[in-house]
Design a protein around this ligand. Sequence first.
Ligand SMILES: C[S@@+](CC[C@H](N)C(=O)[O-])C[C@H]1O[C@@H](n2cnc3c(N)ncnc32)[C@H](O)[C@@H]1O
Length: 222
Amino acid sequence: MPGGWSDPGRVAEYLSRGIPNREIAETLLLDALPASVDRFLDLGCGDGRLLSLVRSRHPDARGLGVDSSEPMLSRAEARFTDQQQSVELCNHDLSRPLTDNDVVAANAPFEAIVSALAIHHLTDERKRTLLAEAHELLFPGGMFVNLDLVCSASQVLHERFRQAIGRPEDDPSDRLAPLCDQLGWMRDAGFAEIDCRFKWLEMALMTGRRAPSGALPPRSTA
Ligand SMILES: C[S@@+](CC[C@H](N)C(=O)[O-])C[C@H]1O[C@@H](n2cnc3c(N)ncnc32)[C@H](O)[C@@H]1O
């Protein structure tokens, strides 16, 4: 396994790897977006794959992608050289608060915040605070849509997933959390309409809506 996301070798290896069922999950991710998207934020945007997909569904939307990997951001810059009015990229370490980032603040609020295969690299505590920040950065009625890796139900299923995605060994930077916990953290962050709209082994599509003004989500009983 090559090094971290600042390693161009690791980035190239990831981008060359096929992930089964990814296109199905991404289509469902796009289906979960609001009918109208003017501005959206992509957390851990990588080479801009998801920014591009969202804009294919919402061609007039302006996307902001944040990531801490320079090799990934370089790939994304190359992808969007002719779309600089519509796509902005920003180096941001997601372990730090989004609210500290002036570019994020200048673009907020968003109709949608999306993420794919990135948030599982953060500690559970940071996942929870990030969810709360994402909730506050959305317009009332806006959607948070996160396609990410979650804990497998067993070691056997974990091995099956790893083999299916062509990874010879575990990624030491993965910090997988159970799906149920993550849906609960979304509820704690204030999201309503929390759902898992797709799950295949370790890959899950988690969605939640910031309640429209005046409509409060049910209070947590946990
Ligand atoms: C598996 S890639 C996914 C990239 C892209 N979202 C996609 O769907 O292909 C994980 C991405 O998360 C980014 N990432 C991991 N930890 C991060 C952190 N602490 N802050 C910002 N980005 C991070 C990596 O740089 C990488 O681009």
